[in-house]
Design a protein around this ligand. Structure first.
Ligand SMILES: NC(=O)c1ccc[n+]([C@@H]2O[C@H](COP(=O)([O-])OP(=O)(O)OC[C@H]3O[C@@H](n4cnc5c(N)ncnc54)[C@H](O)[C@@H]3O)[C@@H](O)[C@H]2O)c1
Length: 260
């Protein structure tokens, strides 16, 4: 019988990029509220520490980890230290990503090789590396595991001025399908929370709470909207769901050419 009140009770999770004020922090809070022990990894040690302290203050087990997803040893270390601290690891969540924060928004013919590589590195390469490390832990401990990655509608629609970001996020959906197929028999699932525009401290902040006519549900998403999807995909509530993209976009990707 599923625990609908605390669907992650007894679980332990690593959230990479969980320390800021955006989607990752909302996921950290939601996972703790759902009953999980949470390791918060972030490039900013103060953000990771503040997030872990907040969760501990709410009665959850929490661990702060500082490191950079561009460092292979940091990524492997996030996974190893989480599993060591909690005794096992049930869920990996990858949140870090983006393009405009890291590289200029330009059309493809103006994009440098370095910028392309950075978009790939920040949105897909580290995710594959973290997933590999988590899968090794899941296989070693037995009992399966779940991987949830924060993706974007830029990976399923055109991504003007963000070609590298869009291609990398599309690759995330492919990675989820492949992991799903390769490890289904081991009880390991991977799914993507495909976000539309979410209002965070660093993105779309001025439109938070405003009426947005272009979006069928008339508003931007909140970090908590993405977090609710992540809890579902991490938990046994979604035990028959793998390799999927759960689109959290207020209906943008299903809007047709006709006005309602
Ligand atoms: N906000 C949106 O509108 C939106 C839309 C679609 C998809 N997304 C996706 O959501 C995810 C997070 O977005 P957000 O808006 O919450 O971002 P954010 O900037 O609020 O949070 C990202 C966190 O990652 C940390 N971080 C940055 N670089 C890092 C590195 N090299 N190593 C480790 N940690 C690092 C930051 O310190 C921060 O705490 C991304 O994958 C993004 O593509 C966001």
């Amino acid at each position: 019988m599923n625990d609908f009140a605390r669907p992650l009770a007894g679980h332990s999770a690593l959230i990479i990029g969980g320390g800021g004020e955006g989607i990752g922090r909302a996921i950290s809070r939601a996972f703790a509220a759902a009953g999980a022990a949470v390791a918060v990894a972030d490039i900013d040690p103060e953000r990771a520490g503040a997030a872990a302290q907040e969760l501990t203050g709410r009665g959850a087990r929490a661990l702060a980890l500082a490191g950079d997803v561009r460092s292979p040893s940091d990524v492997d270390g996030f996974v190893r230290r989480s599993a060591d601290e909690f005794g096992r690891l049930d869920t990996l969540v990858t949140v870090v990503g983006g393009q405009v924060a890291f590289v200029p928004a330009v059309r493809l013919h103006e994009m440098s090789d370095g910028d392309w590589d950075l978009a790939y590195e920040m949105n897909l390469r580290y995710v594959a590396r973290a997933a590999r490390a988590a899968i090794r832990v899941f296989l070693g401990q037995g009992g399966g595991g779940s991987i949830v990655s924060v993706g974007s509608v830029a990976g399923v629609m055109a991504a003007p001025m963000q070609a590298g970001y869009g291609a990398a996020k599309a690759g995330l959906n492919s990675l989820a399908r492949t992991v799903a197929a390769e490890y289904a028999a081991d009880g390991i699932r991977m799914n993507v929370v495909t976000c539309g525009a979410i209002a965070t401290a660093t993105a779309n902040a001025e439109q938070a709470g405003a009426e947005v006519p272009e979006i069928p549900l008339r508003r931007l998403g909140a970090p908590a909207d993405a977090a609710a999807a992540a809890v579902f995909l991490a938990s046994p509530l979604s035990s028959y769901v793998t390799g999927q993209s759960l689109v959290v976009d207020g209906g943008v990707t299903v809007r047709g050419p006709f006005e309602v």
